[in-house]
Design a protein around this ligand. Structure first.
Ligand code: HEC
Length: 209
């Protein structure tokens, strides 16, 4: 091999080694992570967290972050927030935020896909079952939970607890399930009995909860 070629090859080798060392150095001497805003929180995936238990993936959620998505309300009423509402207030909110898609008489607006919310009681076993909150839903907690998390369709999560209590009182009042004078809150919720409460049975398969 000529001296010229040997020099060229060793030069290339040095370049490669040098590049690798540089890349490695770069990772080790990276700048300390920037702070997010003026909190003490580190940027996700920063070297300090790489050494943590989760291998550097994700950040630990704060109590507020968890609370903001921990909104489920179970059939026993667990998870119902503080607050209260009435049929009268619910009627106003419904008119402003719901009637466009569910119609003022709660019978739905087919062209917009908004289902009817009341009626159809006793129709489930017929040839033309009409499934609504009134006729089909076995638990009132589902109504609170669903409206709270998913409605209005265009702005889910925007309603306050008081508004959801009022809308629940309104829909159930229009369906003749509760008295329209009822003040709905965490405690009075337990009094509600849905017409189809007994229409479901536990799934007997062993692998289902
Ligand atoms: C922009 C239209 C729109 C608006 C406004 C709207 N909804 Fe709905 N709503 C829908 C649609 C569409 C569905 C069906 C969603 C689905 O099946 O996935 C629905 C479903 C529902 C259901 C479940 C009905 C069932 O039997 O499955 C309830 C209860 C409900 N909405 C209540 C409300 C309330 C209360 C408001 C006002 C705060 C509201 N909606 C505002 C479009 C709307």
């Amino acid at each position: 091999m000529s001296t010229h070629k040997t020099l060229l090859i060793s030069g290339m080798f040095l370049l490669v080694v040098h590049g690798a060392t540089q890349a490695q150095e770069k990772r080790i001497v990276a700048d300390p992570p920037a702070l997010v805003g003026d909190s003490e929180e580190l940027m996700p995936g920063s070297p300090a967290e790489v050494s943590g238990e989760n291998g550097g993936f994700g950040v630990v959620a704060t109590a507020e972050e968890i609370a903001s998505i921990d909104i489920d309300v179970t059939p026993g009423g667990a998870g119902l927030p503080a607050g209260s509402g009435t049929h009268a207030i619910g009627a106003e909110i419904y008119e402003a935020k719901c009637s466009v898609c569910h119609s003022p008489d709660l019978q739905g607006v087919a062209v917009l896909g908004g289902p009817r919310l009341i009626g159809g009681r006793g129709s489930l076993a017929s040839d033309k079952p009409i499934k609504t909150v009134e006729s089909y839903w076995p638990q009132a907690s589902t109504l609170f939970d669903y409206v709270n998390r998913a409605m209005p369709l265009t702005l889910p999560g925007s309603l306050t607890a008081d508004e959801v209590y009022s809308l629940t009182a309104f829909i159930l009042g229009e369906a003749d399930i509760v008295d329209t004078a009822m003040i709905l809150d965490k405690d009075s919720f337990a009094e509600i009995v849905m017409p189809n409460a007994e229409g479901f049975y536990a799934d007997p398969r062993p692998d289902t909860p």
